[in-house]
Design a protein around this ligand. Sequence first.
Ligand SMILES: *Cc1c(COP(=O)(O)O)cnc(C)c1O
Length: 415
Amino acid sequence: MNSSEYFKKAREIMPGGVSSPVRAIQPYPFYTMKGEGSRLFTADGESLLDCCGAYGPLILGHACPPVKDAIRKALDNGWLYGTPTPAEIDLAEILIADFPSIEMVRFVTTGSEATMAAIRLARAYTKKPDIVKIEGGFHGAHDGVLVQAGSGCTTLGQPDSAGIPADVVKHTRQVPYNDPESLVSVLEKNPDSIAAMIMEPVMGNIGPILPKIGYLQEVRKITAEHDVLLIFDEVISGYRVGIGGAQQYYNVTPDITTLGKIIGGGLPLSAFGGKREIMELIAPAGPVYQAGTFSGNPLSLAAGVAALSHIHEMPGMYSALDAATSRIGEACQDKGGSFVKLGSMFKFFFRSSPPENYSQAKESDTIIFRAFWEKMLAKKIFLPPSQFETNFLSLAHSDSDVEYLSSAYASCLSV
Ligand SMILES: *Cc1c(COP(=O)(O)O)cnc(C)c1O
């Protein structure tokens, strides 16, 4: 069967034909049979240069040999025990060594679970009910963070999905990114109710959008002054921006950090961590309940340890990736939009200047984006199918891949 036939069948038995909404490319998504290095191989016999990287985890590329070997080795011993395993200590030690703000870790399976638990933990620790998030910020698909942006910094949140009670999202307030004054104003108007501010230090789910100089430091100072915990959602930026994540890159210390994507080496694994005093509230050490059948599953841990160890063995890796996206950026100069990058994350926005927040990002021309995206696909390049999803480069992208990408950008943006 080809992709079109698969999708026709899938649509009958799965809502929208997919397991996650962004994958429902129209008129039909391509179906992947295999991933290797920088490429995806489709059911239609095509080989595509992949700049989606499964939306973030695959910084080492597809089927990276040391990760594959580690999974194979773990597989021989079975794949789920329902007991502790030594590998979770190994991975926890790596995370704690790489993130000075993390003294203790809890492993979960998805990033959504990590942010959900981190918020619950912050509420328990501060004994306060409400949270602040960034307008347009994405922290997974659970009720408290699925709150629509654009409704103004001091208004109560509107749910971003059917099925979420207004009673739930009234506890979620929003402020625009890169706007410390709005944060001060929300915290001053709600002096005793805000438990935590949750944010991606670099907005990875809409671009990327980068912090203005000093913004994250300001947020740290403001939250500390108001006894509000700062949760950095580094599910994308952890090990993507560098070892130690965006908190190390920008030198700002959060109270709680969530990690996911890269830390599982491509298998489902996420985590949250922070100061010992806070983390010891988590069950069974403390009263904040959190649990999961697949938490810390042996295969994901093996993949994660192998991936992070491999990353540690390549100190030049991040600057090489940064140089590669710079080359793509050069090819995008004077093309009527704005190229934004941080290390291996990059995006061309169809907007005259780089967006500083969600409402500016939303001004991008999504119709031109779509036409551009199709032109790139015709050149056998798979970009995430949205103006608002970050492109990712991996270590598996060769010099000639980067060369090819740069010239494809230059020509597809020229018409
Ligand atoms: C992907 C992502 C999540 C959700 O992670 P899942 O594993 O998809 O549940 C949460 N926060 C950020 C910043 C993410 O990029």
